[in-house]
Design a protein around this ligand. Structure first.
Ligand SMILES: Nc1ncnc2c1ncn2[C@@H]1O[C@H](COP(=O)(O)OP(=O)(O)OP(=O)(O)O)[C@@H](O)[C@H]1O
Ligand SMILES: [Mg+2]
Length: 258
């Protein structure tokens, strides 16, 4: 993979929202802490945040993974947008030149997989010192009308298209855990079959596959681009700044080492 010096960081909805809530409940103090950790970073950065309780319960309520629904699509989009506004405002308050990029307005899927995304604005934002902030969203879908687009799918898509050099997914666990709660240091094609047994969805409502969904997306990324990404706990103070300063933490997916 070309070294383009672009970092992509996903901040899990499990960290910035209360995911056990059945409607959007933000954790503002966590968003503020994370913004402070990001504020020292000087490289090119794309942020993607998850939907947490601003998206998953709404998708479930309207049954949007199984059927098309105007009202549900609108309510879910407007809800994740609200969370995105909070994140972008908090990042700006911490001195980061963050701008919102809503997937609903620039991405299109077919059968729930991204078909294309207009990325020129993201490229120009990065070239001009802005930090684009995308999020899990409802998007138009050529097969399904609308579909759920997970932040976990946006990360590898952009990593490939933008030739990112560093990829991190911050969630609410220390990494990918084994049956004894220990962090699995490295997942690749060789040990995935063994590790699969430990992987499941989410303890809370998650319509995009929880930890299993994340690992599958990142394994595919490593196959397609030979890159390594890291799943770590963004709920622990210092982990995001450690990741941004080049430390490899949590579980590596792909060829890298801890
Ligand atoms: N082997 C595993 N190791 C770690 N977490 C696991 C494992 N298997 C399942 N999980 C669950 O996956 C959850 C993380 O996925 P989840 O989708 O809830 O978070 P997120 O992706 O950060 O949130 P969002 O989708 O809102 O961005 C963990 O909190 C845990 O409940
Ligand atoms: Mg998730």
């Amino acid at each position: 993979m070309d070294n383009n010096n672009i970092t992509i960081l996903k901040i899990g909805g499990s960290v910035i929202t209360d995911k056990s809530a059945d409607d959007g409940t933000a954790r503002l103090s966590e968003i503020e802490r994370i913004a402070a950790e990001i504020s020292g970073f000087e490289g090119k950065l794309i942020i993607v945040h998850g939907a947490g309780s601003f998206g998953h319960p709404q998708v479930k309520r309207f049954g949007l993974t199984g059927k098309f629904d105007h009202e549900g699509s609108i309510i879910t989009h407007m809800s994740v947008r609200k969370l995105n506004t909070m994140v972008v405002e908090t990042l700006n308050s911490a001195g980061i030149n963050a701008l919102p990029v809503h997937p609903m307005a620039c991405a299109i899927s077919s059968n729930s997989r991204i078909k294309s995304m207009f990325r020129e604005q993201i490229e120009e934002m990065l070239a001009n010192g802005f930090v684009p902030v995308l999020h899990g969203d409802m998007v138009m879908d050529t097969d399904l009308g609308t579909s759920v687009l997970s932040g976990d799918q946006i990360v590898p898509y952009l990593a490939i298209q933008m030739k990112a050099s560093r990829i991190g997914i911050g969630s609410a666990e220390e990494g990918v855990l084994d049956d004894k709660g220990g962090v699995i240091p490295l997942i690749n094609n060789e040990n995935f079959d063994e590790i699969k047994a430990y992987l499941s969805g989410s303890a809370n409502t998650d319509v995009t596959g929880g930890m299993l969904g994340k690992v599958l997306e990142l394994l595919e990324l490593s196959e397609q681009s030979n890159s390594t990404s890291y799943i770590f706990n963004a709920g622990n103070t210092g982990n995001i700044s450690d990741f941004l300063s080049g430390k490899n933490i949590g579980t590596a997916i792909g060829a890298g080492t801890i």
